[in-house]
Ligand binder design. Structure first.
Ligand code: SAM
Length: 203
């Protein structure tokens, strides 16, 4: 490996640990201080419907850590298969599973196995199901052309390998499938001190 590739691999490993710890902390201690919007106030700000927030388990709402509302344009239909990249504590996956109904399927993937267990438990508490796989969105454990809709909320910005994430999304999407993601981008080049700070990158 060249020095640059080695440095990137080591920064990526540090970042992965930071991401795992950060979002697990949001899920376990949602009333803590975070320098990003989260929980019910964030969901309300992004236009999540009051009936969704009333019906979903309180812990999935309190731990919500998205940056927008991917449901606004996803147009999910009963029977469809949905993939949620970085499903976290599960609020978005639960809303998707209500939309696709019992004849549909929601698959979450998350780096953090603890978050997968939480999301599945929250789905069960809300009377629905989702399956969650411990995996990375840079290497999605789904066959080619196997999902109708991909949603993701505030996760792709966390990746070191965004091009690979996009390639993976198009690989698993059915021809004519849809992608509805909400994420953050910077219009300005970030300084190297920000880029090299795993805490800032992870949030
Ligand atoms: C912003 S949140 C997810 C919000 C979620 N949709 C919700 O309803 O609250 C971030 C989640 O993405 C996961 N994540 C971050 N990077 C990932 C990656 N490369 N692959 C898979 N999951 C990732 C984190 O572990 C965390 O649980």
């Amino acid at each position: 490996m060249t020095d640059t590739v080695e440095a990137q691999a080591s920064l990526e490993a540090i970042l992965k640990d930071e991401i795992i710890n950060m979002y697990q902390e949001v899920a376990e201690n949602p009333e803590g201080e975070f320098h990003f919007y989260h929980g019910r106030p964030a969901a309300e700000m992004f236009g999540y419907r009051a009936d969704w927030l009333g019906r979903a388990p309180a812990a999935s709402v309190a731990s919500f850590a998205g940056v927008g509302n991917p449901h606004e344009r996803s147009e999910m239909q009963p029977g469809e298969t949905v993939l949620d990249l970085g499903s976290g504590a599960g609020l978005d996956a639960i809303i998707a599973s209500w939309a696709v109904g019992p004849s549909g399927k929601v698959i979450g993937i998350d780096l953090n196995p603890t978050m997968c267990l939480k999301a599945q438990a929250h789905a069960a508490q809300s009377g629905t199901t989702m399956e969650c796989h411990e995996a990375s969105m840079e290497d999605i454990p789904q066959p080619d052309a196997s999902v109708d809709v991909i949603i993701s909320n505030g996760v792709i910005n966390l990746s070191f390998r965004k091009r690979k994430v996009v390639e993976e999304m198009f690989r698993v999407l059915e021809p004519g499938g849809r992608i509805s993601i909400t994420d953050i981008v910077s219009a300005k080049q970030l300084s190297q001190s920000i880029v090299n700070d795993p805490k800032l990158w992870a949030s």
